[in-house]
Design a protein around this ligand. Structure first.
Ligand code: ZN
Length: 469
């Protein structure tokens, strides 16, 4: 018997529908939206789940995560003598990357993903680049750490796209860096390990595997093509860091005579399955090239402001019709609503204007949606697409992946159907999240996960070991 979820406000297909309900089949797939006036008739043929004082929305996708970076949250914020930059933060990151064994990685990822789940997230894209043991040797299973991360998501019932990262060198003209010894693999062994990981999860409905050439700094241009070929022949997503820092652009210019987006697009390596992470220091001409290639850009506004990376030109993306998705990246904060609103707020501070990303009033923009709808779609629909997973909009035939928000949460009192998207994007916090469902199955109810206490205890133990180590 199908299930009829009946919140106060249902948000599907870019609109808040008061009194409507979502009909979900036994296989966890959306059958259709049921309008308020049809409810009486349909309710008799379905199991009714009433969700009073709640709004139901498509589940959120966190497109760019490095779970282990949670270990030094709030511990790299001060200033060091000589100034503090992205590159000094990176030394802290190497210390954390040198630490975790597979068991500890599992405990860290479980805590990080639980925090995401409690923020309404059903799907995480883990950009995973720690492959070797603490001494730089290959584990007997070269995917041991990737498997630990996947197992963490599976233990919570969440979806994961494991973006297995290629990391072949320190950078143009640089010697291998000791902080990166757990990342390095040879190009041939990388592809073999990627292939093995994808094969191992071919039958898992909630696990996707993609490729992630770390950056043009870590993967020379000649090594990009075989990775892109693999993603194309297997129909998988490809993610890479790009133009996060001006120094990265400068090194690329020195090596190849072009900046990274121009270089990779010129080599035919960008397409609709590509997601560029950050893309802050690019030109508008490069943004047009990203649009023509059909690639997505994953913005990580909380991390980017934390690291002092710069402001992502999201208005150019909207003008040219580039899809944007979001990631929590360094885990400085896991707050998808905050990421979405910061994308707009950074532009307001830059321009001294408001409503910068409101495409509904912009002549000549490809992105024509009102601001709340556009940002909500970036959190949901665009994220699912970027991670190679069907869904994200609760349309008929899509998986019933959704979350609910308590409308009696103090921050959301008075929220209505017409303005739901804006109120959620600009005012909601994870504290208002009540339930998260994946494929029609509840993972979180009344804001609580049944294993939360055990997950907290295991994380605290690992955190202690890291600080003592
Ligand atoms: Zn990253």
């Amino acid at each position: 018997m199908p299930t009829l979820y009946h919140p106060d406000i249902l948000h599907v297909a870019g609109a808040g529908l008061p009194g409507a309900a979502l009909l979900v089949g036994d296989d966890g797939t959306v059958v259709r939206t049921v309008a308020a006036e049809e409810l009486g008739r349909v309710a008799g043929q379905a199991r009714l789940v009433r969700l009073p004082q709640q709004a139901l929305l498509p589940a959120i996708a966190n497109v760019h995560s490095h779970a282990f970076q949670r270990l030094f949250r709030g511990r790299a914020e001060g200033r060091r003598a000589g100034g503090d930059t992205f590159w000094t933060w990176r030394e802290q990151m190497y210390r954390a990357a040198a630490f975790a064994d597979p068991e500890q990685m599992y405990a860290i990822a479980r805590a990080v993903y639980l925090e995401m789940l409690q923020a309404g997230t059903a799907l995480v894209g883990e950009f995973h680049y720690v492959h070797r043991d603490r001494d730089g040797r290959r584990y007997s299973d070269p995917n041991a750490l990737a498997e630990a991360v996947i197992a963490a998501a599976q233990s919570l019932g969440m979806r994961i796209t494991l973006l297995r990262s290629a990391y072949f060198r320190a950078g143009f003209g640089l010697e291998p860096h000791p902080g990166q010894q757990r990342f390095y693999e040879q190009p041939e062994e990388y592809l073999a390990h990627l292939d093995a990981l994808a094969s191992a999860h071919a039958g898992d409905a909630l696990v996707q595997v993609g490729a992630a050439p770390h950056s043009i700094r870590a993967v020379p241009l000649a090594e990009f093509a075989p990775i892109a070929d693999w993603t194309r022949s297997h129909g998988r997503p490809m993610h890479l860091h790009i133009s996060e820092q001006p120094a990265e652009n400068a090194a690329c210019l020195r090596e190849y005579g072009a900046t990274p987006v121009t270089l990779l697009d010129g080599a035919g390596l960008l397409d609709g399955a590509t997601t560029l992470v950050h893309a802050i220091h690019i030109t508008e001409e490069e943004m047009a090239r990203v649009a023509a290639a059909g690639a997505t850009i994953c913005s990580c506004p909380t991390t980017e402001r934390n690291l002092g990376d710069g402001i992502f030109p999201a208005d150019w993306a909207a003008r040219h019709g580039v899809r944007i998705a979001f990631g929590s990246d360094s885990q400085a904060q896991i707050h998808p609503f905050e990421d979405a609103r910061q994308l707009e707020y950074h532009l307001r501070l830059r321009d001294g204007e408001r409503g910068v990303l409101d495409g509904s009033v912009r002549e000549g923009w490809k992105q024509r949606e009102p601001i709340g709808q556009a940002l909500l779609a970036a959190m949901t629909r665009n994220g699912y697409r970027s991670l190679g997973v069907a869904g994200g909009a609760l349309e008929a035939g899509q998986p019933a992946d959704f979350f609910t928000l308590r409308l009696d949460d103090l921050a959301l009192l008075g929220t209505g159907a017409a303005d739901l998207a804006e109120q959620v994007v600009f005012s909601a916090s994870p504290a208002a999240v009540d339930a998260v469902y994946v494929q029609g199955r509840p993972l979180l109810e009344q804001g609580r996960h049944p294993e939360a206490d055990a997950i907290h205890a295991a994380y605290r133990a690992v955190q202690r070991e890291f600080l003592q180590g």
